[in-house]
Design a protein around this ligand. Sequence first.
Ligand code: NAD
Length: 335
Amino acid sequence: MQVTIFSARPYEKEFLEKEAPRHHSLKWVQEPLSLQTTSQALGSEAVCLFTQDDASANVLEKLQAMGIKYIALRCAGHDNVDLAKAETLGIRVANVPSYSPYAIAEHAATLLMALNRKVVLAQTQIQANNFSLDNLVGEELHGKTVGIIGMGKTGKAFAYIMLGFGCRVLAYDIVPPDLQKRNLFFVSQEEVFTQSDVISLHLPLNASTQHLINAATLFKLKKGAILLNTSRGGLINTVDLIAALKSGAVGAAGLDVYEHERGIFFQDHSGETLQDSLFEELRNLPNVLLTGHQAFLTRTALRNIADATHLSLDQWEKGEASANELIPKLEAVSY
Ligand code: NAD
């Protein structure tokens, strides 16, 4: 099958090409999919997309007119794809629901520990010959309460890590709990907000979760709580978070995703001035640690993504359904 891979990055090539010569012909396009770049997929039956690609209704119509029948997402989240429209147009969509929850959970833990023990500041000071410890006092995680919203694959993996640190874990999910562990308690969302020293988000972005973290919910947090988001930027109202970080209501934020990351993340903008004053404000706050949507970026995850992507393409080519086929449930929202 001829497949156009949008938002292609060098670090993925090694893994995706390993299987390709025998099965599929891959065309690599560095630009993200958008109304302007759809023509790059001409001649392909499938497109392969990542989080920054735009597969909204208008784009899907153009793709279908060009003969695209399949969309293989090489990520878990699918908030950038209008699934209902894809179904109407007869375009089949599959994601990679579980390529490595540990990659995401370990990254959330990395952000937390780096913030908590002021690792970035310590490194900056040491580079400047400043070996003073005066402003590097941190907290121990042992005995702290960690709240997790969304107890699917990455939420559970993060819970195990936090239990290993000796934390009390409070978890909330809309689906009834299926896990029993000492020091892990399934509670209401309200209790997660009001009782946690650390809150980590592990749920999808959709119409009901957009801006879950806003002025009203931030107001409920314990003063000085640390907020972690490795899921999707749109879960947080960034304007409200910045206000809470400035006032000290939120102690610190570790963010791998940003509400308006499309067009900023995944590219080298060195030497340019970013045209996003909100992002500038966020990244300049001393109590914010940002990474550019790299929580998934481990060799294990890249290998698993490539395997699952090829499996979907193989199954479609044989006329079968993909094992990871997506069906529209909740209306997706755009960033
Ligand atoms: P998952 O589907 O295994 O788990 C999501 C959980 O959220 C489910 O248990 C679901 O019931 C729960 N949920 C849904 N709506 C909820 C709500 N309103 N309140 C509470 N819980 C709710 O997904 P996952 O693998 O754990 O991934 C979670 C999200 O992380 C993905 O949707 C994706 O957007 C994001 N993600 C980010 C990266 C990254 O690199 N930063 C990588 C992978 C996934």
